[in-house]
Design a protein around this ligand. Structure first.
Ligand SMILES: O=c1ccn([C@@H]2O[C@H](COP(=O)(O)O)[C@@H](O)[C@H]2O)c(=O)[nH]1
Length: 244
């Protein structure tokens, strides 16, 4: 295996789905030099709050805070202001909160130097057509992602969270600039688990993903460092030659 290239390191986000700092930090330390970005989600943030963010920043990691905000516009704008002092690079909110909520969040972030980039979650990668129908949405996941994605970008967010299946479709409508952050990534040999719309790392990169979010295929692998190296190699080989 070759040594990881900076371009592929910047394309991978490790999902730190752990219950405590004392379990998450050793996992990160074991991958020292192989990971530039980590994602702190609800499980870890609700348990540890700002302290885990500070610990990860001390280790010179870039942080994606995946709080998936979803509330009335005034409340979400306030939450964006509260998060803006933390030093995280990316923050999520649900596109289904609607254009007014997204605009209020984008306006709040625009007024704060160093605020995180805002990513609207379109349709969770754990949802397939029948799960979506159970919520009253009769469109296919791809149609719903296209609708919510365009609406969210028009409302002023910096990017979207989508599955690998919708990247090409979204790039056709929103262009190359917005960030497309893609969870539901499964290397060919990994278990799918609760995810429904999954693609391999290479497929997501070739379709135009900005960054990939990977959790269990790394954290539950028998050798997490080897799993990361293999994903980085796959990313590297899928990147256009000029970006390697
Ligand atoms: O649509 C979404 C939005 C967020 N996620 C998050 O990504 C990781 C994926 O973890 P895996 O273990 O690789 O499945 C997880 O933290 C989710 O909360 C998502 O999966 N889908």
């Amino acid at each position: 295996m070759s040594s990881p290239q900076i371009q592929s390191l910047d394309r991978l986000i490790l999902a730190l789905d752990y219950p405590t700092q004392s379990t998450a930090l050793p996992a990160v330390e074991a991958l020292n030099g192989l990971i530039y970005w980590v994602k702190v989600g609800l499980e870890l943030y609700l348990a540890e709050g700002r302290s885990v963010v500070d610990s990860l920043l001390q280790r010179k990691l870039n942080i994606f805070l995946d709080l998936k905000l979803h509330d009335i516009p005034n409340t979400v704008a306030g939450a964006v202001r509260s998060v803006s002092g933390l030093g995280v690079g990316l923050l999520t909110l649900h596109a289904s909160g609607g254009p007014q909520m997204l605009e209020a969040a984008a306006n709040a972030a625009a007024k704060i130097p160093g605020a995180p980039k805002l990513l609207a979650v379109t349709v969770l990668t754990s949802m397939d057509r029948s799960q979506l129908a159970a919520t009253g949405v009769t469109r296919t996941p791809a149609e719903q992602v296209a609708l919510l994605g365009k609406m969210a970008i028009d409302a002023g967010v910096d990017g979207l969270v989508c599955s690998g299946e919708e990247i090409a479709l979204l790039r056709e409508t929103i262009g190359d600039e917005p960030l497309l952050i893609v969870p539901g990534i499964r290397p060919a040999t990994s278990e799918v688990g609760d995810q429904r719309r999954v693609v391999t790392p290479a497929s997501a990169i070739r379709s135009g993903a900005s960054r990939l979010v990977v959790g269990r295929p790394i954290t539950q692998a028998p050798d997490p460092a080897a799993a990361v190296r293999s994903i980085l190699d796959e990313i590297d080989s899928a990147l256009p030659a000029l970006q390697r």
